[in-house]
Design a protein around this ligand. Structure first.
Ligand code: NAI
Length: 293
């Protein structure tokens, strides 16, 4: 089949809907690496996982650097230093990496998520999973979280409050694809935290999990530092670029022959599932439904 112009990028198509419409109107076949299906075969091409791995790791290191306390427990001649308490909101790729990094630094770690499937992984990494009853856990959402009921949100906010006021660090990673990030950390909760505590919100670019978060800014409120940063990958350019590049090459291998000719196989679920526009139309179902809303 003769293909027109093909564009491969990270379009953020759930939010950049104007760009998507323009690509369709210009008859450009576009692929967006941030909507690649979350299947085992696609893992080697998953740029969101790569960048989330960097973000989870860097978020914890940034917190440790900002906190006026040690992470690990120390028995010193000057007395015993108790370990820091880290609370992690959301245990997707970034959250689990944050758990692993905080545990390696010796902190005591607690985790909230609405997907029961992550509990085992959290416990396996040496952290405590905090259950809040009544979460909507939609098994048909492709492994992603979905919007929660008002009643659950209130119960969760209270549980987060009770744990947050005992924590030294909170790492916010909870997101819902195509939607604003859920607000899990209320202003009143932040105000009740211990002075010197640190909140790192890596969901900042989609609104943040903390009501005080400002994207790309550091806010200090009542002695609590709130850092809004969804782009920690730029602070670790070498490995972030290496992972991104490898993901792109693995994806290109699906659509380019050994001789370098373009060969789009529309029967391949990854090629099909990553395509956003083709033949002057929007071909990605979720993007289409958001644009038609
Ligand atoms: P994400 O960035 O969309 O969300 C991060 C976490 O926040 C998720 O664990 C989500 O359940 C949680 N969350 C959302 N709303 C919440 C709320 N109200 N309260 C508490 N937590 C909330 O997720 P990410 O990191 O992109 O991964 C999503 C899923 O995809 C995971 O199951 C992961 O294992 C899976 N995955 C599969 C891959 C593959 O098979 N190729 C690759 C990467 C991820």
């Amino acid at each position: 089949m003769k293909e027109g112009k093909v564009f491969l990028a990270v379009l953020n198509p759930y939010f950049n809907t104007g760009l998507v419409k323009e690509l369709a109107a210009k008859n450009i076949t576009s692929f967006s690496l941030d909507v690649i299906p979350r299947t085992s075969r696609a893992q080697a091409m998953d740029i969101l996982s790569s960048m989330a791995t960097v973000a989870g790791y860097k978020a914890v290191l940034t917190a440790a650097n900002t906190l006026p306390k040690f992470f690990p427990m120390f028995m010193t001649a000057a007395g015993t230093i108790t370990p820091s308490k880290v609370l992690i909101l959301g245990a997707g790729v970034a959250g689990l990496q944050a758990v692993a990094t905080a545990r390696k630094l010796g902190a005591v770690v607690e985790v909230f998520d609405v997907r029961a499937a992550v509990k085992e992984q959290v416990v396996g990494l040496g952290a405590k999973f905090v259950d809040v009853e009544g979460a909507v856990d939609d098994k048909t959402a492709g492994g992603y979280a979905v919007e929660q009921t008002e009643e659950f949100k209130q119960r969760q906010a209270q549980a987060v409050h009770d744990h947050a006021i005992k924590s030294d660090v909170i790492i916010c990673t909870a997101q819902i694809p195509g939607k604003k990030a859920p607000v899990l950390l209320k202003k009143a909760t932040v105000e009740a935290m211990k002075p010197g505590s640190v909140v790192i919100d890596i969901a900042a670019s989609t609104g943040g999990n903390c009501e005080y978060t400002q994207d790309n800014k550091t806010v200090v409120q009542n002695g609590i530092t709130i850092i809004g940063n969804s782009f920690f990958a730029v602070d670790m350019p070498s490995d972030a670029s290496k992972m991104f590049g490898k993901n792109v090459i693995n994806f290109l291998k699906l659509m380019v022959t050994k001789e370098g000719a373009l060969n789009l196989n529309w029967d391949d679920d990854i090629v099909k599932g990553t395509a956003v526009t083709h033949n002057k139309g929007i071909v990605h179902e979720r993007v289409k439904s958001i644009i038609n809303q």
